[in-house]
Design a binder for this molecule. Structure first.
Ligand code: CP
Length: 309
C-alpha cells in the first residue's frame, strides 16, 4: 500500500518496509536539510497541540517550513474553542477543510484514533496521553540507523517510567518487529510496562527482562534509553515524589558501562541525566532531538505523496 493519504495513529499500521522507507528518506533528507524547500509548496499543516510540547511541535513546524509548506494551529488549547466546550471531533471536522494534514497532540489516550475517524486528510498522532508517540519512534529509529547502520540485532536498555512513558511504548512495540533486538526494562516495580504491552511482547516471543537496577541493566547494552518520570500522569503528588529520583544517570554510573554504548532520551529531561553526562562521548539525546526534523520532513512528504513522485 502506498503511504500517500495514510494516517499515523500508531506504527503498528505500517509494515517494517514502510517504516524503513520513512527512516531512509529521513536519512537522505538529513544530508541536505535545506534542499527540499519546494516539495510541499502550497500545502498547509494543522498543528493542534492540546498538551505542552517543545520538540514535537516545533520540529513538525520546522519540518513543514523547510519543505516550503505553511502551518496553522495552536500551541495552547485554552486559546481554541475547546475552551468553550467544542469537542475534538468537531474541531477535526473543521480543520479538515483548513489544511492538508493534521498533527495532533492530546492528553487523552485514543484521541488520535478518534480524530482519524472524523478526518479525510492524514492525521498524525503526536502523542496521545500515556499511550503512544509514533513520530518520536521514527526519530529514534533515524538516530539508531545513523549510529549503528541498522535497527536490528541491538541490545536496548530502557530506564525510568515505563508505565506512563508513551515514547517507550511505541519504541518497544516497533523495535520488537526487527530481528535480533532484545530489551532490558529497568524501572521501579510501580512503573513497569503496562499489561497490554507485556502481553504483546510475550505473544511475539520477544527477548525482554524486567529489572530494577540500572548498573546491571546496562552491562551489555548497545543503547541506554533514559526516560523522565511522567509527573503529569500520576494520580497523586505523593506517589510521584516517592519515585521521581528513582534513577539518575551520572558520570560515575556511566563509568563501567560499555564504551560503545550510546545514551538516548526523548527529552525533556528533569533530573534523570546529570548535566555532566552531556560531555560524555556516548550522549546522543541532542542529536536525537535534531533528527526529529528530517524524520518529520520525510513523514510529511510521504503522507502527502510528494516524495519521489
Ligand atoms: N520528546 C517529546 O515528545 O518532546 P516534547 O514533549 O517537547 O514534544
Amino acid at each position: 500500500m502506498e503511504l500517500k493519504g495514510r494516517k499515523m495513529v500508531s506504527l503498528n499500521e505500517f509494515t517494517t518496509n514502510e517504516i524503513e522507507e520513512i527512516v531512509d528518506a529521513a536519512l537522505e533528507i538529513s544530508t541536505d536539510i535545506t534542499g527540499y524547500g519546494k516539495l510541499l509548496q502550497g500545502y498547509i499543516m494543522g498543528a493542534l497541540f492540546y498538551e505542552a510540547s517543545t520538540r514535537t511541535r516545533l520540529s513538525f513546524e520546522s519540518a513543514m517550513l523547510r519543505l516550503g509548506g505553511k502551518v496553522v494551529g495552536f500551541a495552547d488549547a485554552s486559546t481554541s474553542s475547546s475552551k468553550k466546550g467544542e469537542s475534538l471531533a468537531d474541531t477535526i471536522r473543521v480543520m479538515d477543510d483548513y489544511c492538508d494534514i493534521i498533527v495532533l497532540r492530546h492528553p487523552k489516550e485514543g484521541s488520535a484514533k478518534l480524530a482519524g475517524q472524523f478526518s479525510t486528510v492524514p492525521i498524525i498522532n503526536a502523542g496521545d496521553g500515556g499511550h503512544k508517540h509514533p513520530t518520536q519512534t521514527l526519530t529514534d529509529l533515524v538516530t539508531l540507523k545513523k549510529e549503528f547502520a541498522r535497527i536490528s540485532n541491538l541490545k536496548i536498555a530502557l530506564c525510568g517510567d515505563l508505565r506512563f512513558g508513551r515514547t517507550v511504548h511505541s519504541m518497544l512495540e516497533t523495535l520488537s518487529r526487527w530481528k535480533g533486538n532484545s530489551f532490558v526494562l529497568i524501572s521501579p516495580e510501580k512503573l513497569r510496562i503496562p499489561e497490554w504491552l507485556r502481553s504483546n511482547l510475550e505473544e511475539m516471543d520477544i527477548d525482554f527482562t524486567e529489572i530494577t537496577d540500572l548498573e546491571t541493566g546496562i552491562e551489555r547494552a548497545d543503547v541506554l534509553y533514559m526516560t523522565r518520570i511522567q509527573k503529569e500522569r500520576f494520580f497523586s503528588e505523593k506517589e510521584y515524589l516517592k519515585l521521581k529520583n528513582a534513577y539518575i544517570l551520572d558520570v560515575k554510573r556511566l563509568k563501567n558501562s560499555p564504551s560503545e554504548m550510546i545514551v538516548m532520551h526523548p527529552l525533556p529531561r528533569v533530573n534523570e541525566i546529570d548535566y555532566d553526562v552531556d560531555n560524555d562521548d556516548r550522549s546522543r539525546y541532542f542529536q536525537q532531538a535534531a533528527n526529529g526534523v528530517p524524520a518529520r520532513m520525510a513523514l510529511l512528504a510521504l503522507l502527502l505523496g510528494r516524495w519521489r513522485q
